[in-house]
Design a binder for this molecule. Structure first.
Ligand code: PMP
Length: 296
């Protein structure tokens, strides 16, 4: 754990970073968050993450208590305080302290927290051999009930699927939507290759439109890989030639098994991961090339 946490107005020792039991984030899961990856001192795709944070905030009628430059300063201040250059950062904004009751008006000030920890790479064996997935019996939240595009603190839907995965000795669970179409993992987006076409469930299926997913889609298109975003069934996944999942921390993680179906780690995931790394390196040098900056 990092030694310093950003809480509301500044960096404090982690042991002193306390939030009230009356915080509506704690009481009701009323809040939002983003997880970002830091490579060599640079927060990757920071603007995209902050844009999504603002979208989540607006979808729940929450005012983020800092503007974008203020959030960026707070992020880099937290990284500097912890001496971190390769890290993951979680930014959380909850509705804040208030009396019991659902009315957001009970909370006068949102709670703003940044936690930064050293990034511990996933074991290389996972990238070499792939992870195992199950298709969970827990369905993804209906987007008309709780839109998965809101990256909210209310994660029970995903946690229930994760528990199913753990019980089945699997690493990640894929959730279907109410119509039985594939959606996404508990913390990742899903891709598979079928008859040479790279397939991924469309945003309309009720998923979080992952920032890694968007980058991977862009890389695939640029590489001339045929791409299909749409509605897919479990059978499409079982019959794939290659499967992988994406997120900010895993980047592109190959899958070796979905329920009883087995897959070998394929070249599409490998190719895209090489390009992904290239993209990261380009981004980091570009940001550093912009001159005196927040991370120096
Ligand atoms: N879906 C869900 C439900 C997630 O929690 C995450 C992780 N934020 C993702 C997809 C992947 O999103 P990203 O690529 O932006 O990390």
């Amino acid at each position: 754990m990092g030694h310093f946490v950003y809480l509301n107005d500044g960096v404090v020792p982690a042991a002193e970073a306390k939030v009230s039991v009356f915080d509506h984030g704690f009481l009701y899961g009323d809040g939002i968050y983003e997880t970002m990856r830091v490579y060599d001192g640079v927060v990757f795709l920071l603007d995209e993450h902050l844009q999504r944070l603002c979208r989540s905030a607006s979808l729940i009628g929450l005012d983020v208590p800092k503007d974008i430059p203020g959030i960026k300063r707070a992020l880099y201040e937290t990284l500097r305080a912890n001496g971190l250059r390769n890290a993951y950062v979680r930014l959380t904004v909850s509705r804040g302290y208030g009396q019991i009751g659902l009315d957001p008006g009970l909370c006068k000030e949102p709670t703003f927290v940044i936690i930064a920890n050293e990034f511990k790479p996933y074991p290389s064996a996972l990238y070499e051999n792939g992870i195992s997935l199950i298709i969970a019996s827990t369905r993804r939240n209906l987007k008309e009930a709780l839109d998965p595009q809101i990256k909210s603190l209310n994660f029970l839907n995903n946690i229930l699927a994760k528990i199913e995965a753990q019980r089945a000795d699997a690493y990640e669970a894929v959730l279907l939507n109410a119509a039985g179409h594939l959606t996404e993992g508990t913390i990742s987006n899903l891709f598979f290759v079928k008859e040479g076409v790279l397939c991924t469930p469309a945003v309309e299926c009720g998923i979080l439109d992952g920032i890694t997913r968007a980058l991977v889609v862009g890389l695939a298109v640029r590489s001339g890989i045929e791409l299909r975003e749409g509605e897919f069934l479990p059978g499409d996944l079982y019959g794939a030639s290659e499967v992988f999942v994406t997120n900010t921390t895993m980047e592109i993680m190959p899958v070796s098994r979905v329920d009883a179906a087995r897959f070998t780690v394929g070249h599409v995931a490998g190719l895209l991961h090489t390009q992904y790394r290239h993209e990261v390196n380009g981004y980091v040098s570009e940001k550093k090339g912009e001159g005196p900056s927040l991370w120096q």
